[in-house]
Design a binder for this molecule. Structure first.
Ligand code: IMP
Ligand code: MG
Length: 186
């Protein structure tokens, strides 16, 4: 086993595991409250890859029936700089989208461009409704008019990793949300 402790790359833990658990429970309870009819289809649409840990925990806590699917979009390259266009890399392929309430599951809202684009895209496809649950939100970074329907935690403008979020594909498996040491994002 290589002697490398990934925790040493973290400046400080911003949201510890127990806090994440209660945040996710709160969102799950809100979803159960807002989608009360178990006979209507609710699709949790995870945006790969950053949402997978949040989505996995969230779906276990939601009591009503859900279906799951995934899309992959690109808005970021390998580092921290935002690019201006959104590309669909993996699309949602479903015939019967008209009877679907779609809840997009996202790791973090930054400029807001990804979610604004996806929301319009899925509404145009004819979904019954489109909402978004985001674990994290950086409102100070917003470049377009977009607000998620469910937000776990608003954070300041710091680059965070863990609980699904990466920097150049690393740190996704950390069980907490932490801030990377400055020198590692340079
Ligand atoms: P937006 O379109 O600018 O809102 O981009 C949101 C996407 O940027 C998220 O889904 C993340 O993939 C990425 N992102 C934004 N901020 C962070 C961060 O602090 N850590 C890791 N990824 C981030
Ligand atoms: Mg993402």
């Amino acid at each position: 086993m290589v002697k490398y402790n990934i925790n040493n790359d973290i400046d400080f833990v911003m949201i510890p595991e127990e806090k994440l658990d209660s945040i996710v429970q709160r969102i799950a309870d809100d979803i159960d409250r807002d989608y009360p009819d178990p006979h209507k289809k609710l699709l949790l649409l995870g945006i790969l890859k950053g949402s997978v840990v949040f989505m996995g925990d969230l779906m276990k806590k939601i009591k009503r029936p859900v279906e799951i699917d995934f899309m992959k979009v690109s808005s970021y390259g390998s580092g921290t700089a935002s690019t201006k266009t959104v590309n669909i890399i993996l699309d949602l392929h479903r015939a019967d989208i008209a009877d679907l309430d779609i809840l997009i599951i996202e790791d973090i809202i930054d400029s807001g461009r990804t979610m604004l684009y996806l929301t319009k895209y899925l509404k145009n496809k004819g979904a019954a409704s489109v909402r978004c649950a985001a674990l994290l939100d950086k409102p100070s970074r917003r470049e377009v008019d977009y607000n998620a329907d469910y937000v776990g935690c608003e954070i300041e403008d710091k680059f965070v990793v863990g609980y699904g979020l990466d920097f150049a594909e690393k740190y996704r498996a950390l069980p907490y949300v932490g801030v990377l040491k400055d020198e590692l994002t340079k």
